[in-house]
Ligand binder design. Sequence first.
Ligand SMILES: Cc1cc2nc3c(=O)[nH]c(=O)nc-3n(C[C@H](O)[C@H](O)[C@H](O)COP(=O)(O)OP(=O)(O)OC[C@H]3O[C@@H](n4cnc5c(N)ncnc54)[C@H](O)[C@@H]3O)c2cc1C
Length: 672
Amino acid sequence: MPPKRDAKLGLNRSITRRDFLYGMPALAGLLAACRAERPAGIEPGYRVDASAPPGAPDLGPGWYGPGGVGDYAASHGNTPEILQAAHGLRDGRFDTLVGQAVDTGESYDLVIVGGGLAGLAAAHHFRRLDGSGRCLILDNHPIFGGEAKRNEFLVGGHRLTGPQGSNDFGILPQTGGPEDYFTSLGMPRDYEYLEPEGDAARMRLPLDNYSFLHWKADNFDVGYRFGDSGAARSATAGLLRNGGQGWGRDPWSPASLAARWSEPLRGPIARWRDTAANETEAFRQGRADRPASEIGPWLDAMTVKQYYEQVLGLPPEITAYVDPILASIIGLGCDAISAWWGWHFGLPGFQRSSRYNDITIHCFPGGNAAIARYFVKNLIPGAIGGPAAFADILQGAVDFAALDRADSPVRMRTGATVVRVEQRGAIDRSEQVVVTFVSQGEVRRLTARRVVMASGGWMNRHVLPDLPASHRAAYESFHHAAFLVVNVALNNWRFVPKLGFGSCLWEGGFGFACNIRRPMRVEGWHDGDGRAGAARERFHPDDPVVMTFYVPYYSPGASAVDQGKLGRLELLNASFRDIERALREQMVLLFGEAGFDPAYDIAGIVINRWGHAYVAPGPGFQFGAGGSEPVADVIRKPFGRIAIGHSELGGHQNWTGAAAEGRRAVEALLKG
Ligand SMILES: Cc1cc2nc3c(=O)[nH]c(=O)nc-3n(C[C@H](O)[C@H](O)[C@H](O)COP(=O)(O)OP(=O)(O)OC[C@H]3O[C@@H](n4cnc5c(N)ncnc54)[C@H](O)[C@@H]3O)c2cc1C
């Protein structure tokens, strides 16, 4: 790439340096916390060899990229350290070290492996059910939250946020029951969002990063561009009547259909948009009264692609259109995912109207990181500064030392990778579980009366030597997909009103969709350098904003296992620079005509790579293959004093599902 082109793309601009400077205090705080005094009785243990095995991605300084500012600056997506430890675990490099672990002398009523929403919910319910029990959460990241973390930027005195993964939520019913988290955690139920101003006044901009993709697209200004948006990975380009030049709106209006799609495709597209799966002849098989309850097992026996192309007779171009939308919410595209999920998500061809129509989908600043912070504030009040008010919980600095105080009934140790969880003695008579973990470069162990594994199957398989054969076999059906979330801080978004939309989908090149969100109004939001200031009152195109790209990795035609591997290979082998370049080029292609200039308009970029972002549930996952027990139900059975509870067991991962799995796991152990 000639340097002149690099300069035009802004690749010579020092976003790295700016983020480094702003990020330093937080980073220093984190490092200090990681080096905090070791619990009494721990002597220096065996150093862990972190060298990467041959063939592993190059995780050198050019890999991770800048992390923005604030408490999350050192933890955006998979960290290099976590990848090294995870690969070491997979390759058995801890096997000998486990026997030499330093005993910390600690013993807990419950240890939870994983500080994501499932693990935090497990701790919450443990406190509810056993108020006097002592509990420790171990998480391998520098900060809690799992996939529910955020990125922060400081641009022109504005503190901006974007989700690292999990972004949206709906308001749960006020039941006062154990899963009424809004009540038990004290989360507000009413939210307001800033209205766009200036040239953007009256623009319909979404509140979250998902609903514009399909479910609520009619409510927002969404641009669509197919066939010319980047290096062709384009399945539909050849069929576009006008070559797909330029942006279009409402791709399914009769005029758009006529303009964009060739004659043979128009009829099937109309049918696709007006079909309900339970009314198809294939489902009814001549029985007009076939019970609706049979729709699940029927659809779960095939993929979305099989349903679209073989049951509905749709052309593959429609499957290709749905692929990235599906992959964005459940990991892989139509040829890997069970058709049950097409019904569950209310996709065209399955249901005529979306069940999300009447639900307001919300997004906190920085997404569902806020929910994780509410859990933590409730479990360990001193860990997040300030009173338990909304803005303070969202923004208060994390006191990393307070997370792990010996006198606290709930403790959390971050930067601790669990490498072995093993029951002492025979599983059915075991009284104790030994938990071995790596922390501060040393291998340590402690004991627990019970353990919840709120970690995913790709780790659990290697960490649990007692895992029953049934569980091990069930895990064979858990295929995980890679995902990338990129948050781009912009100095302004003047190009958005010029285009007429703030959300868009395209085909080919880097990613497939991106958007800006209307910010939630938060009284007491701290701007600038973190000092309390006035709530942000203006949402104007002249001001900075975050644009978020959700980038799925799927490879139609390959097996689900191989699609996951290929995705991880592509995601993990790219340097930050590779991703930055592809992103900048794509943005020029998409927005250049509206005056977007990457060299001046981009203030910061943070990438969040998730090697195992989602489980991608194939046929049989939800209802069981050929009459067998659903694989998630097998995994849900505790064995001895260990129970597994991670959101992947729900098939489609979401925050309430994560919390439900954490709750179920802890309740099962306490009952047993
Ligand atoms: C890109 C993306 C977007 C999403 N968007 C939404 C959304 O908009 N709304 C929504 O409701 N849901 C969304 N989700 C899903 C939802 O956020 C997740 O299902 C949920 O946050 C996961 O919680 P969890 O606790 O089950 O798992 P995780 O978040 O994966 O937490 C598990 C934690 O355990 C740690 N861990 C694993 N192994 C070990 C070990 N051996 N030792 C120590 N620690 C370990 C992990 O590193 C992690 O921190 C999204 C997910 C992704 C990936």
